[in-house]
Write a protein that binds this ligand. Structure first.
Ligand code: C2O
Length: 592
């Protein structure tokens, strides 16, 4: 079928209306609902409710494939719910039991994103042949017209599949929703299975893209087909890639921020408007990349916190997941009041309904490969078996259910793909500054006046809401460490916080910043941010306890503070309701 035929009658951006109601749609249905479900129906209306019935018993996970027999888990480890820090007795995350997949809410409109019914048995996934073709994922803005056409054709074919096929585009988007929105519990436990805000983030998304890409390639019958990456870390890639903004293609999604269309450049550091010129913004973005990737020297800083069987979800996001990953999501989604929750990209349940999601995550995945090549002895994958043996279920390119584990995802070349080698301009340290460079990065004068009157005391043991800037002096476990000690271990600031699961919030963390000397991402005083992306449109009051871990080695050197007994920490609320964030404790530890 020629491409023009594929896209001719099925694409309807113009019928989008925020008030669209499914009943009125059924009176006058569009010719096809397979493209852009979110543009032609209410964002909360789930297209798959009718086909996705609870899975039949025959597709229960094959126990022999699990690392632990489920019954053993129930009997032996189930009692560990409360003892979430019992690392010695912990176990890897088990794959979900699809038969227990549930709607992500019991009040309000459901987010039903369980996989379609299947009778297929779970197979153990196998590596592709080492002689099979190596796919090259290229920068979206560098694709040729022919490559763009092929990618469009493949996504069109995926959207044309019946909804009962797990490889259908909406079903693929639902895979992400189910793994992020409370649809699954960890097999053998009552706690949620969640793939964000922990060390599972990079590996799970690598698997997700792996199967998405192979499905596209199989549908198009073209082994070379690869997911392009949205190269937002390079000057020419800092706009939404042109291939995704063409309204007449299946790569378009009308639920995006209308003010962020090309040629508007993304600000990777912030969701608030900036008064930086484009050249300044590009440099600021490079500084953000340096801080988030290069300065994060250890696995726990880069990948996120440990997450083991039976423990609570979202123990702590790694640096890139916070920024730029969550920022790019929020920047791309359609803001309130046009959509209630920043659909599609701005909230996790609907994020993968936007085809740009996969290009965004292709770049996130690429950063994992780059991070491992940077200098430093701790730029390595975790070796903990709780990490390596954690496993998931996906439908593969043949619509067969397969079980995969984290350890098999660590080397992209074994998965037969790699990334185009494009210029990287953020690996060298930005010219640092300890003075404010832009007013848009500054807290308001009023907020400053309030906090600067008294010298910060210790944080103490009382939780504090982040309605305004928090300053606290934090003791260092050791000062004046040698070069070698610092190469072996990082000095890490650990902020223990509680947030509302479904509020977008962002705060920045500075150290030893006096007066109004807050700066942008290039400032030595700036050590990182926490950005929380909401999950679903319905789980409004759920609280999450999580950790933010930020490195101090380089900042302390730059500020000439390596010999100090303590560090003054300044936490600056930037977006969302700061009162919804509770800072419960701040400490410094030395480790990886
Ligand atoms: Cu699963 Cu970008 O999120």
């Amino acid at each position: 079928m020629p491409f023009s035929t594929l896209i001719s009658t099925t694409y309807h951006p113009s019928i989008f209306s925020k008030k669209t109601n499914p009943l009125s749609l059924s009176k006058n249905p569009p010719p096809s609902t397979t493209y852009h479900p979110s543009c032609i129906r209410s964002a909360r209306d789930e297209p798959s409710n009718k086909v996705n019935k609870p899975i039949t018993k025959s597709s229960k996970p094959d126990k022999s494939l699990n690392n632990l027999d489920r019954r053993d888990v129930l009997l032996g480890l189930g009692g560990l719910y409360g003892a979430t820090l019992g690392r010695a007795e912990a176990a890897p995350i088990t794959p979900p039991d699809f038969t227990t997949c549930k709607t992500a809410t019991d009040n309000g409109p459901p987010t039903y994103c369980c996989p379609p019914s299947t009778t297929s048995k779970i197979k153990q996934w196998e590596f592709p042949s080492s002689s099979s073709l190596m796919r090259e994922r290229k920068a979206a803005h560098l694709l040729t017209a022919d490559e763009i056409k092929k990618y469009n054709q493949a996504v069109a074919l995926m959207k044309e599949l019946p909804l009962t096929d797990p490889r259908n585009f909406t079903q693929q988007a639902n895979v992400h929703c189910a793994y992020c929105d409370g649809a699954y519990t960890q097999a053998g436990y009552t706690v949620e299975l969640q793939v964000h805000a922990s060390w599972l983030f990079f590996a799970w998304h690598r698997w997700y893209l792996y199967f998405y890409e192979r499905i596209l390639a199989k549908l198009l019958n073209d082994e070379t087909l690869a997911i392009p990456f949205w190269n937002w870390d390079a000057a020419d890639g800092m706009t939404m890639p042109a291939m995704f903004v063409d309204k007449l293609t299946p790569l378009y999604d009308c639920l995006r921020n209308a003010n962020h269309q090309p040629p508007t450049l993304i600000n990777l550091a912030s969701t608030t408007t900036t008064d930086l010129t484009d050249p300044e913004l590009i440099l600021s973005n490079y500084a953000t990349m340096y801080k988030q990737v290069v300065q994060k020297t250890t696995p726990s800083l880069f990948f996120g916190a440990a997450y083991s069987a039976g423990t609570a979800a979202e123990p702590g996001a790694g640096s890139v997941e916070n920024v730029p990953h969550n920022i790019v999501h929020a920047w791309t989604g359609n803001p309130n009041p046009n959509t209630p929750n920043g659909e599609d990209m701005g909230i996790l349940y609907s994020a993968a309904r936007d085809p740009i999601f996969f290009a965004h995550h292709s770049n996130v995945d690429r950063l994992w490969t780059i991070w491992k090549t940077l200098s430093g002895k701790n730029r390595i994958d975790f070796t903990d078996t709780d990490y390596l043996d954690s496993s998931f279920l996906f439908y593969d390119e043949n619509a067969e259910l397969v079980q995969v584990k984290v350890s098999d995802a660590l080397d992209p070349s074994k998965l037969r793909y790699g990334y185009q080698d494009v210029e990287i301009l953020w690996e060298t340290k930005p010219t640092t500054t300890t003075t404010a460079t832009t007013t848009s990065m500054l807290p308001t004068k009023k907020a400053l006046a309030k906090t600067l009157k008294k010298k910060a005391g210790e944080f103490g043991s009382n939780p504090r809401q982040l309605g305004s800037i928090i300053r606290a002096t934090v003791k260092r476990p050791k000062k004046s460490r040698s070069k070698e000690e610092k190469e072996n271990e990082e000095e890490i600031l650990v902020v223990n916080l509680e947030l509302s699961r479904d509020e977008f919030v962002k705060f920045d963390v500075y150290i030893n910043a006096e007066g109004e000397k807050f700066g942008g991402p290039a400032s030595s005083n700036f050590i990182g941010s926490s950005v929380h992306l909401p999950h679903s449109n319905v789980m409004k009051n759920m609280k999450v306890n999580t950790l933010l871990r930020l490195p101090l080695n380089e900042a302390l050197e730059d500020l000439g503070a390596e010999g100090d007994d303590d560090v003054e920490v300044i936490i600056v609320p930037k977006a969302g309701k700061g009162e919804k964030i509770t800072i419960k404790g701040i400490k410094i530890e030395i480790g990886v």
